[in-house]
Design a protein around this ligand. Structure first.
Ligand code: GLY
Length: 370
């Protein structure tokens, strides 16, 4: 392999995963980001959940997610060798519905998965409560998906930065203003390299003209709650729920925190946490797992997902000397391993597997649901 000078713009989970793998493969890597390990990846719930994020018409997103999920255990092991464990949880996921209309949404998902050859266990209230003691008695129907996992997003980001440092990645703590062929422009100057990897999440749209219409910010707020003395502890598995037609998730961390997410709306590049967003999340979380009303509200945060028009990321060569790795929508943590592998393959001029090539930025992009 020819060692190349690679500049990665963006140090969220995608940029850091690319930088770590590229440096481990022998490339000379610089990462440009004013605040490495922050942004949407820092805010995320950490679900690695291609099945429970699936939706009719989005088979390519599902297939890509499943490929990346298969890669996750070895990715985590490799990171543990180079840095430390990223906090992969194999506890699995249950999804619960509150009323008949919410249950109907789950039936659509279960029927769709069945039609395309993925089976999920359909569960009644008693089965759900055997897996999640403390689940509200109003949650009557659900599905069980042991294969949908979770990772501690913040531990992962720390581990990826340590892995980068171990392999000599250089960090430039400043904002990119523009990405041109083989060049990144920042406030301090113009920096040339053999290849630029544009992995700046929603901000990628501001950095390259071809991404202006292709990627947009989709705001999400989350809460971090902490069980107080005497409270029922958080669930042992990831609990997703549909309440009044809205999706909610509760993702436990080993340190006792519970990440509750997430709102989702178009609000440009605004990252303020709205009082109404917090109220909505607290209200729905309490309807799903009533004990949370006694928990400490430890943190509220907002981040910007990078949404593409068809909910599939954009991974591949954008132009000579520019590789794009953005638009991961709700799946950035899940897609990190497959994206890093794909960028390495593009750097080596290797062909991508069909389900990864489907995410080419040159594809015909048609609008899907948001
Ligand atoms: N991955 C879940 C979310 O984007 O809220």
């Amino acid at each position: 392999m020819m060692s190349q000078q690679v500049t990665v713009v963006g140090a969220g989970v995608i940029g850091l995963a690319v930088a770590w793998r590229a440096a481990a493969a022998g490339h000379r890597v610089t990462v440009v980001d004013p605040a490495p390990g922050r942004g949407a990846s820092w805010v995320a719930g950490g679900m690695l959940a291609p099945v429970t994020e699936a939706w009719p018409g989005e088979e390519t997103v599902l297939t890509l997610g499943e490929r990346s999920l298969r890669r996750w255990p070895s990715f985590a092991r490799e990171l543990a060798v180079d840095a430390f464990e990223p906090g992969l949880s194999e506890a699995g996921t249950v999804v619960a519905a509150r009323d008949a209309a919410d249950a109907e949404q789950l039936t659509i998902l279960a029927d769709y998965l069945h039609r395309i050859g993925r089976s999920v266990e359909v569960a009644n209230g008693r089965r759900l409560r055997s897996l999640v003691p403390g689940l509200a008695s109003a949650m009557r129907a659900g599905i069980v998906v042991p294969g949908d996992l979770a990772v501690d997003n913040r531990q992962l980001l720390d581990a990826l930065q340590a892995g980068c440092t171990r392999h000599g990645v250089r960090f430039m703590r400043e904002s990119a203003r523009e990405v041109a062929p083989k060049q990144v422009v920042t406030d301090s100057g113009e920096y040339d390299s053999d290849a630029v990897v544009l992995a700046a999440g929603a901000r990628s749209a501001l950095l390259h003209p071809e991404l202006r219409e292709a990627v947009r910010p989709l705001k999400g707020e989350i809460l971090r709650l902490r069980a107080r003395k005497g409270c029922l502890p958080p669930p042992a598995v990831t609990v997703r729920a549909i309440v009044e037609g809205r999706p909610l998730y509760l993702v436990p961390r080993v340190d006792g925190e519970l990440v509750v997410g997430a709102t989702q709306y178009e609000s440009g590049y605004d990252e303020a946490v709205k009082a109404g967003g917090v109220r909505e999340l607290l209200d729905y979380a309490e309807q799903v797992y009533p004990s949370v009303s006694e928990y400490e509200l430890a943190e509220t945060t907002a981040g910007l997902r990078a949404a593409s028009v068809d909910n599939l990321p954009l991974i591949g060569r954008l132009s000579d000397g520019v590789i794009v790795a953005t638009g991961h929508y709700r799946n950035g943590l899940l897609h990190a391993p497959v994206t890093a592998d794909a960028v390495l393959a593009v750097l080596a001029d290797e062909e991508l597997p069909d389900d990864v090539a489907a995410a080419s930025p040159a594809r015909d992009r048609k609008e899907e649901r948001v």
